[in-house]
Design a protein around this ligand. Sequence first.
Ligand code: GLA
Length: 398
Amino acid sequence: MAGGCGAPNPSRDLSRGLARTPPMGWNSWNTFKDGVSDTLLRQVADAMAANGMRDAGYRYINMDDGWALPQRLNGHLQPNPAKFPNGFKPLSDYLYARGFKFGIYADRGTRTCVGLCPGSYGHETTDAKDFADWGVDYVKYDNCNPAFFSNQAGDYSRMRDALFATGRPIVFSLCAWEFKNWMPGMGQLWRTTADISDNWGRVLENLDANERTAALAGPGNWNDPDMLVVGCEDVADFQHGQVFSDMPELAGHPGLTQTESRSHFSMWAMMAAPLLAGNDVIHMPKWIKEILVNPEVIAVDQDPAGHQGVAVWENGKGLYVYSKVLQGVNARAVALFNRMDKDETITAEWTDLGIPKGQASVRDIWKHADLGVFSDRYKGFVSPHEAVLLRIVSVKPE
Ligand code: GLA
């Protein structure tokens, strides 16, 4: 859907009202690396339409790095014809017809991170126009191979302006691996962390790093702790064909357990993070799908008030209470999170959650069960690496 016409209004809202809740969808990188193709993306769309992911809210199908030929042609990026024999328009049409949106990957430097594909430096206007013509709705803009003497914020703002000038509403996702003060307002989401991998330690690192700028989250502005690794197997520890040189201990690790996968998903929802599945959704066991489509957990992430949850209590040894303000009066999503390796009980005090003392109803979100009305606090049993996810709402005195 092409949007505006004529010159952009100087008092323009650069966000065009996009991403009022955290974007949801799928991204190719965590599992398929540069093995993207027309066939793969169509199969992913078909699978997500059939398995309930689309209807649960996963709408963006985001193609990551590896789609372009090494050289431009007449100044234009070229979809690799071996992977995309018909270019992108028939593909984006196919995705729309099934209720999806199309995301693309580009880079602010001279080459993308896989190194073979050209970056957009100096070609922002051409590339943004091509993206709009191809039916792109989401651009992830990476940070590799910057041009000599280029300015990072300047590079990102040129693409932001070029996308805006196309008139097409396109989500701009900043992927510069850490937060910088110029990011809010530049794009609708910004990566706050290094690349995730399907490793519990890395998931926790990204969770903690993403908390520092929690106060900035809100409709159209999201901290991005990176894509989901729920259901990923032993692949994300390879980046650009190599084992992380700084983390050899990650090679060949077994990924996340079921409990850890649920906790990862719970905590991304608590943080109002973008929910971009990174696993092979075409071949996925039922337990993984059931995590990804859990409607009550997704509702925590997508709560319209758009607050990011933060830790409101910790014992210094690995037990945490996180609280996320939800729309409504004195309503909270709460995670009792046990990072330790043994069973524990964790207590959420209403005073820590910032709701009035007295009665509040407690619902267990994963169990889809109302637990009853509790006074002043709720104490829960939490197994190792589990995040018990609750919805706690003050009960008005009669
Ligand atoms: C960087 C990004 C990743 C992914 C790869 C692609 O590492 O942070 O998310 O896009 O590049 O090469």
